[in-house]
Design a protein around this ligand. Structure first.
Ligand SMILES: [Fe+2]
Ligand SMILES: [Fe+2]
Length: 191
């Protein structure tokens, strides 16, 4: 199946989202080569990560098809879970691709290298113009783990500032990696 074509069909009404998707792909491949990740996994994950962004609430709910799960999600999370279900419906079975799509918002405890790269690329791809995107990109060329941690920190910060509640799993994941990467004593802004 031509996954690029599928992505273009789903996102055709939103040129910016398409540009963002290609930006994620480009960034992910750059980091994937540097850190020896699976480039095919990264390509397909990039195409799918925001593929359901334009769906209605009802369409998300139908794809997710799990009322309990649906209710536990914040609205900003719907698209990751519906994209994951859509990928499965389109016969994507590669567990790394499915993980990267579902967890692209903030990763997860014990994730693959590819998921980490997608998270960092989503935040720092070239069409993202904010200062922290540039910072995360530069950091990712030196230390992917710290770039990922910075991504989490900035995302949580952003949600708080907008009055949106970070998900408790997001906070848990952030605390886990803060501990795991031993940066609690380091000031990330030094990088
Ligand atoms: Fe997304
Ligand atoms: Fe995205």
């Amino acid at each position: 199946m031509d996954y690029e074509k599928v992505m273009l069909t789903y996102l055709k009404a939103d040129k910016k989202r398409i540009a963002h998707t290609y930006g994620v792909k480009q960034r992910a491949l750059e980091l994937g080569k540097k850190y020896q990740a699976d480039l095919e996994v990264l390509t397909i994950s990039a195409y799918f990560h925001d593929i359901t962004k334009l769906l209605t609430l009802k369409e998300h709910q139908k794809l997710i098809n799990d009322d309990l799960l649906f209710q536990s999600l914040e609205p900003f999370m719907y698209h990751a879970y519906s994209a994951y279900q859509l990928a499965k419906q389109l016969n994507i079975t590669n567990v790394k691709i499915l993980e990267a799509i579902k967890y692209h918002l903030w990763g997860k405890i014990k994730m693959s290298l590819e998921t980490k790269i997608i998270c960092v690329s989503d935040f720092s791809e070239a069409t993202r113009k904010h200062e922290s995107a540039k910072l995360v990109y530069e950091l990712s060329l030196k230390d992917l783990d710290l770039a990922y941690l910075k991504t989490l920190e900035e995302t949580i910060d952003y949600l708080n500032k907008k009055g949106l509640k970070p998900h408790q799993e997001q906070i848990k994941t952030f605390n886990y990696y803060k501990e795991a990467y031993g940066t609690s004593k380091k000031d990330l802004s030094e990088y």
